[in-house]
Ligand binder design. Sequence first.
Ligand code: COA
Length: 259
Amino acid sequence: MSPWCGRPPPLSWGRAARPRPSRPSACGGRCARDRERTASAGRPCRLLPPDARPAVCAGRLRWALTRGRQETAVREARYTPAGGRVGARTVVLRTPRSRVTTWIPEDVDELHRLHSDPVVMSHMTKGVQDREQTRARITTWIAEHRVRGWSRWRVEDDSGTFMGRAGFGEAHGTGHRELGYLLAPARWGAGYASELVAALVRWHFEHLDPARERELRAYVVPGNEASRRVLEKNGFRLVGASPQAPDQLVYACGSDPAV
Ligand SMILES: CC(C)(COP(=O)(O)OP(=O)(O)OC[C@H]1O[C@@H](n2cnc3c(N)ncnc32)[C@H](O)[C@@H]1OP(=O)(O)O)[C@@H](O)C(=O)NCCC(=O)NCCS
């Protein structure tokens, strides 16, 4: 029986100690090593019923799943200094009164309530969004967080009640991270956004992405005075108008003002 089929190989297999077998590709029911072995031993892998024809051998699939889970855990540990989980969501960071978490697909209704509110979206360049657009955005944010460890995240209060969203996106192809945030109107004027932005700025400088600029950017529509105030209180300075987005003001922050 092939080592792939009996049990998944340990991740620590060193080349010097034991050469790593080449990855078996789709084996039509038997991996390459099985074919070699069974040709001489004359018996099939016991994990694969003779009539089963999976795309990959069972051992390889189990190994990939185990490895995938371990890699995800390592990545999340690296990107979650405040750590922990709330239900199915991972906590990315905490502020004194709120938590920033990853999304699950079921969050679409809560976010749609904000995305469909013309008052909330009046200063957002994409404007009001329908349920399908909101669902697509959550799907993208879940994938982005898995792949690169940062995206736009969900914000909740200490009791787990949804408050809005905040996090990072790509700044109009300039190579910078762009900070963004949006809270439910019931929470406005109580200092939540200022707290969140302070924590996100700290997170940014503690988790710099080597593939991107150090400076953190934020884009604000002129007239969004609350947002401008939140940024200025947290060390952002007005850089000017954006050549990539001429209808917005560019704010930049080169270092964590709290340090
Ligand atoms: C922008 C937003 C996140 C602010 O949230 P918030 O929790 O009310 O913000 P805070 O309470 O932390 O701070 C708001 C600050 O702006 C000030 N402010 C509010 N409205 C203002 C106005 N019209 N003019 C001047 N200052 C104003 C507040 O006084 C406060 O400053 P202070 O703490 O010095 O008193 C919230 O209004 C929101 O979600 N808006 C819709 C989405 C949005 O515009 N996102 C930003 C896109 S760039």
